[in-house]
Design a protein around this ligand. Structure first.
Ligand code: FRU
Length: 491
């Protein structure tokens, strides 16, 4: 065999061995991002730049529990297949790198960009743990990259914002066209406030305004996110959304997220609704600290990714050698409903390229269904089922509730807060239930009413639990229309 051919055969065999060995552990998501090893929580710094989507994430390079927080890094060309890269921003001198965002500095406003070309600037919270002589400290800091996010330099004059506070975190920065400046939304967690700052160079920040308290305030406010969304797909019609994480005390217990719709004039966010109204982004237990991508092309819908977990039990979920995973990327919009404007989220279209004809015993699949309720009182599916193990995804007509019940979903014993029946109010017009469900070994994401309701939950079924079964109670539904695909692996 010619040596060149032998070498490429060897490489091909090794590649195959690596690929079949990786990402095949029990519960390992096949079409959701999870790091190869170790702990992750929030997505960070989501940005599109020169043909690549960057997903940074809270990451512990040394273990599968929270600690040594750094920014892990993965890139994708299509938001579907991800390639994990080395840690982008490591903890240094005991100072951790908490959640934040990344912007494309198009015109070198920061002075960090070499050769007058656009560069990436990350804005993150630096966390100095408490010591005998002082309390803990959270400040806002910068780092920049001139090689498409591969290597980063921390700004020598960090921090750029320091209120001498122990809780002051998670800066989301975006460019405001209206105000012609950078705007930062950052959380004052214990005051239940989002503070807005403005800057022309990312280094010097002036206070613009405060929003809050409003909505749900029982826990800390974290991970604020401000974005503009199209309304009812009408050209030129937009509204702003301010999304805020709450931990603990969210709708289903533990961590969860609320949003406000309104106007943002580059200085101040004006809530459309009374401050007593709480709107939830997701009705499950496992979607937290979601962020949208900065710098998407004008033609693209805003896209959001969340951490698919809950602080109540994130440290206990039974996965190895990694812990933590992300939701699928979701495209966002606002829709006018009789109650007012509501957030709409759906999986991005390009995920459809992973659809394959259904294989028997699939544990990564998509279900799309329409169920005329007829005179049934309850309709639904038993998913990832075998014997007494199943997760229910269904609709309760009397209560007008969509639900996901994971109390019999498999391993629920690792934490008392894990077993749960999560519900969302759903008034069905036309008495027809329309659902889209993504199942990926250890997660179930449900989108109903064309995306107005999202319910995201983790599950840990035994490997044998792969049944998919429709059921109804208390009467007869009409003819169910359903489509099922196996979802191919992205790894
Ligand atoms: C939210 C959070 C953020 C913080 C990060 C630390 O999940 O608590 O507020 O920046 O995690 O890992």
């Amino acid at each position: 065999m010619p040596p060149r051919f032998a070498a490429s055969l060897l490489i091909a065999t090794l590649t195959l061995l690596c690929q079949t060995g990786r990402y095949q552990e029990p519960y390992r998501p096949q079409f959701h991002f999870s790091p190869a090893r170790n702990w992750t929580n929030d997505p960070n710094g989501l940005v599109y730049f020169e043909g690549e989507y960057h997903l940074f994430f809270q990451f512990n390079p040394f273990g599968d529990r929270w600690g040594h927080m750094s920014w892990g890094h993965a890139v994708s060309r299509d938001l579907v297949r991800w390639r994990e890269l080395p840690v982008a921003l490591p903890e240094e001198n005991g100072i951790m790198i908490f959640t934040g965002s990344t912007v494309v500095d198009q015109h070198n406003s920061s002075g960090f960009c070499a050769g007058a070309k656009p560069c990436l600037v990350a804005i993150y919270t630096a966390y100095t743990p408490e010591a005998a002589s002082r309390p803990s400290l959270q400040t806002q800091n910068l780092a920049y990259s001139n090689d498409r996010g591969r290597t980063w330099t921390k700004y020598a004059q960090n921090p750029v914002l320091d209120l001498h506070m122990s809780d002051f975190r998670d800066p989301k920065v975006l460019w405001s066209d209206r105000a012609q400046r950078w705007v930062m939304a950052v959380s004052l967690p214990n005051d239940h406030k989002v503070r807005f700052y403005g800057s022309s160079d990312l280094k010097h920040w002036q206070t613009l305004s405060d929003f809050g308290p409003a909505g749900a305030t029982s826990g800390q406010w974290e991970c604020p996110e401000l974005f503009e969304l199209p309304v009812d797909s009408k050209p030129g019609q937009t509204r702003w959304v301010l999304k805020v994480g709450l931990n603990p005390g969210a709708l289903q217990g533990g961590s969860g997220e609320q949003y406000f719709t309104g106007q943002f004039d580059g200085t101040r966010f004006a809530n459309d609704n009374p401050s007593t109204l709480t709107l939830w982004t997701d009705y499950g237990k496992d979607c937290y600290c979601a962020l949208t991508f900065n710098n998407l092309r004008d033609t693209q819908s805003p896209v959001m990714i969340g951490w698919m977990n809950n602080w109540q039990y994130a440290a206990d979920v039974p996965t190895k050698p990694w812990r933590g995973q992300m939701t699928v990327p979701r495209k966002l919009a606002l829709r006018t409903t009789p109650e007012g404007l509501r957030l709409v989220q759906n999986p991005i279209d390009s995920l459809e390229q992973l659809r394959r004809p259904l294989q028997p015993g699939s544990d990564s699949f998509e279900l799309r269904a329409t169920v005329p309720l007829g005179n049934a009182k309850e309709v639904g599916w038993k998913l990832l089922a075998a014997g007494g193990t199943f997760t229910l995804v269904g609709f309760d007509r009397e209560k007008q509730q969509l639900f996901v019940d994971r109390t019999h979903s498999g391993d629920t014993s690792f934490n008392k807060d894990f077993p749960a029946r999560t519900t969302a109010p759903l008034q069905l017009d036309g008495s027809e239930l329309r659902l889209r469900v993504l199942v990926d070994r250890s997660s179930i994401e449900v989108f109903a009413d064309d995306g107005r309701i999202a319910i995201t939950n983790l599950v840990f079924p035994p490997q044998s639990a792969r049944g998919i079964e429709f059921y109804s109670k208390g009467g007869q539904p009409g003819a169910v229309k359903s489509e099922l695909w196996t979802m191919g692996s992205i790894w």
